[in-house]
Design a protein around this ligand. Structure first.
Ligand code: AP5
Length: 208
């Protein structure tokens, strides 16, 4: 199971990835999570990435590509992976294809979680993330339902940054829908329903 999750910020990529990983034991490769860990750890990568992330802009391709290459080579990714937040533009998609091909692997499906921008803005403004385990929930979660950790609001979930992330998605990332459709790999689900309903559709679309 080698899957790319596509969708605007807040479409539910992380939420669906968490469920797939729990049910099928594949690796969750979230470039957003990897970059946030680098920022938190104060690494050189984190220092370089932070200014872009805070503004809702894409981090330079090579930094992200190196991160993904490293994760794809890890033991837990050999059984399969869910790519969440990568690729984000055509350069990243073409690089991913050639990296996988060199490893004798390929993408099995690119799943678009389709959600209208007004729903996205509402969701991201309410989103809270667990500092300890990265679980994503809402402002209604006083503590993390998964591990009891502290829930916080991401810096890039402020209203002015959300709009910029949506603009970046439209310009840089949405062309990947046609990229994967052209490869015959595109599947799509309506992401504006309940989490359980969306997950049922995701499994059906992926033939699980
Ligand atoms: P990243 O962390 O990837 O952010 P994103 O794509 O903007 O995605 P999100 O995590 O915001 O949303 P999601 O689709 O995972 O939604 P979620 O499941 O959390 O990237 C952050 C930054 O890092 C980028 O801006 C960029 O700077 C940098 N970056 C990352 N990757 C990069 C790359 N490849 N190249 C360059 N730069 C990169 O759900 C959102 C909320 O909605 C949650 O509260 C959730 O509980 C709720 N929710 C989910 N589904 C439903 C539903 N069906 N009904 C009701 N609520 C729902």
């Amino acid at each position: 199971m080698n899957i790319v999750l596509l969708g605007a910020p807040g479409a539910g990529k992380g939420t669906m990835a968490q469920r797939l990983v729990a049910d099928y034991g594949v690796a969750h490769i979230s470039t957003g999570d990897l970059l946030r860990a680098a920022v938190k750890g104060g690494t050189e990568l984190g220092v370089q990435a932070k200014q872009y992330m805070d503004a809702g802009e894409l981090v330079p391709d090579q930094l992200v590509i190196d991160l993904v290459k490293e994760r794809l080579a890890a033991d837990d990714a050999q059984k399969g992976f869910i790519l969440d937040g990568f690729p984000r533009n055509t350069v990243q998609a073409v690089t991913l294809d050639s990296e996988l091909s060199a490893l004798g692997r390929s993408i099995d499906a690119a799943l678009l979680i389709d959600v209208a921008p007004e729903v996205i803005i509402e969701r991201l403004s309410a989103r809270r993330t667990c500092r300890a385990c990265g679980y994503t929930g809402t402002a209604a979660d006083a503590v993390c339902p998964s591990c009891g950790g502290e829930m916080y609001q991401r810096d890039d979930d402020k209203p002015e940054t959300i709009q910029n992330r949506l603009d970046v998605y439209e310009t840089a990332t949405s062309p990947l829908v046609e990229y994967y459709r052209g490869q015959g790999l595109l599947k799509s689900v309506d992401g504006a329903r309940s989490i359980d309903e969306v997950y049922a559709d995701v499994k059906e679309a992926l033939g699980l």
